[in-house]
Design a protein around this ligand. Structure first.
Ligand SMILES: O=c1ccn([C@@H]2O[C@H](COP(=O)(O)OP(=O)(O)O[C@H]3O[C@H](CO)[C@@H](O)[C@H](O)[C@H]3O)[C@@H](O)[C@H]2O)c(=O)[nH]1
Length: 340
C-alpha cells in the first residue's frame, strides 16, 4: 500500500504490542516516519540502558528504518501533547488499550479507565494540537452476539455486548462519532478487527504477551513449544457444529496492511466523520479446528482439555469484508500457508 502524499509522521499508540509492531513494519515499508508511545503495561519494556522495547529494535533491524519511542501512557496528557508538538505528527493509529475479553470481566475498571479515559485523553490532546486524523483499533466484539453471519458494518452495535472490553470499544466508537458530529474536520477510521493471528514471515517478530497468554493462539503456541502442558478449550456445549466457539482468524500481516490502507482515507477530501470497517477474513474456524490445524502445521499433537465456558464469550463471529475490500482496496488473502 503506497504512502499518502502530505502524510509523513504517524504516531502509533501501543506500538510495542502484537498488532502495533506488525503494523509499524508496513508503515515503514510504505515510507512513513513512525513515532511510538507505549506504557508497556502489556508488552516488554526497553531493557536497561536501551531506548526501544526489544520488539521495536527487531522492527528496526528488519526494515533498516528508525523508530522513535516514548515510554509513556496516553493518560499522561501533558507528556503526550509534547510528543505531538515535538514530532509534528500528521495522523494517529491508536492501538493502546487492554485487550482481553476474559480478563475484562474480572477487571472492569482497569478496562474502562485505560480504554475509555485513555482514548478521550488522546482525542482531547489531538484537538488541542489540531491533528484530527485517527485510525482506531476497534473490535468485532462491539457487535455482541451477532444476529447474522457474515456480520457487516450495518449490524447494530452495543446491544448485548458480553464483556467490559467490548463495551469499552463500543463507547470509544460512540465517543468518536459524537466528536465528529460536534466538530468539523475530524477524519476517524474505526477498524473492527476479528481475530488476528500469526507473525511476520521473517519470524523476527510475533506475538509474545507478558505472563500467561489470555488468547487462543499464543496459548496454543506455548503448548507447542513445551512451555505449557495443554490448552483448555473454553466450552464444549456451544450451539456450533463441533460445540466449540467459532472465530474469524486473520493473518496479522493482512491486518497490518489494513492500517496502511485505512490511512488512504485521509487523502480523500470527501471523507469526514467516523466510519467503521470490518477487518477479517470472512471464514469461520472453530477452536478445535484451530488446534487440529496447529497440530498438523507443527507436526505434533497439541494436548487439550474441554473445560467450562469462559465468561464474556460469544459462540460465533465471522466478518463480512466487502466494505473494506471496496473502499480500502483490500483484496482477500487466500494463499495457502498465509491463513489457517
Ligand atoms: O486458552 C484459551 C483461550 C481462548 N479460548 C477460546 O478461543 C476463542 C478465541 O478467544 P481469544 O483468542 O481470547 O479471542 P476473542 O475472545 O475472540 O477476542 C479476541 O478477538 C477480538 C476480536 O474479535 C479482539 O478484539 C480481542 O482483542 C481478542 O482478545 C474463544 O472462543 C475462547 O473461548 C480457549 O478455548 N482457550
Amino acid at each position: 500500500m503506497s504512502k499518502v502524499e502530505g502524510l509523513d509522521t504517524i504516531l502509533v499508540t501501543g506500538g510495542a504490542g502484537f498488532v502495533g509492531s506488525h503494523t509499524i513494519v508496513e508503515l515503514l515499508k510504505a515510507g512513513y516516519k513512525v513515532v511510538v508511545v507505549d506504557s508497556c503495561i502489556n508488552s516488554h519494556p526497553p531493557k536497561e540502558g536501551r531506548d526501544l522495547p526489544p520488539v521495536l529494535e527487531r522492527v528496526q533491524d528488519l526494515t533498516g528504518q528508525t523508530v522513535t519511542f516514548h515510554h509513556l501512557s496516553i493518560l499522561d496528557r501533558e507528556a503526550l501533547k509534547d510528543v505531538f508538538l515535538k514530532h509534528k505528527v500528521d495522523a494517529v493509529i491508536h492501538f493502546a488499550a487492554l485487550k482481553a475479553v476474559g480478563e475484562s470481566v474480572k477487571r472492569p475498571l482497569d478496562y474502562y479507565h485505560n480504554n475509555i479515559t485513555g482514548t478521550a485523553t488522546l482525542l482531547r490532546v489531538m484537538g488541542e494540537v489540531g491533528v484530527k486524523r485517527l485510525v482506531f483499533s476497534s473490535s468485532s466484539t462491539v457487535y455482541g452476539p451477532a444476529k447474522y453471519f457474515p456480520t457487516d458494518e450495518e449490524h447494530p452495535t452495543g446491544q448485548g455486548v458480553t464483556n467490559p472490553y467490548g463495551r469499552s470499544k463500543f463507547v470509544c466508537e460512540e465517543m468518536m462519532k459524537d466528536l465528529a458530529k460536534a466538530e468539523e474536520g475530524w477524519q476517524l477510521v474505526l477498524l473492527r478487527y476479528f481475530n488476528p493471528v500469526g507473525a511476520h514471515p521473517s519470524g523476527d517478530i510475533g506475538e509474545d504477551p507478558l505472563g500467561i497468554p489470555v488468547n487462543l493462539m499464543p496459548y496454543i503456541a506455548q503448548v507447542a513449544v513445551g512451555r505449557r502442558e495443554r490448552i483448555n478449550v473454553f466450552g464444549g456445549d456451544w450451539d456450533t457444529p463441533d460445540r466449540t466457539c467459532i472465530r474469524d482468524f486473520m493473518h496479522v500481516m493482512d491486518l497490518a496492511e489494513g492500517h496502511t490502507a485505512a490511512l488512504t482515507k485521509f487523502g480523500d477530501p470527501a471523507f469526514s466523520g467516523a466510519k467503521p470497517f470490518n477487518l477479517g477474513r470472512g471464514k469461520g474456524v472453530s477452536v478445535l479446528e484451530m488446534i487440529a490445524a496447529f497440530s498438523r502445521a507443527c507436526g505434533k499433537e497439541i494436548p487439550y482439555k474441554v473445560v467450562g465456558r469462559r465468561e464474556g464469550d460469544v459462540p460465533t463471529m465471522v466478518a463480512s469484508c466487502a466494505l473494506a475490500e471496496k473502499e480500502l482496496g483490500l483484496e482477500g488473502h487466500e494463499e495457502p500457508g498465509r491463513n489457517v
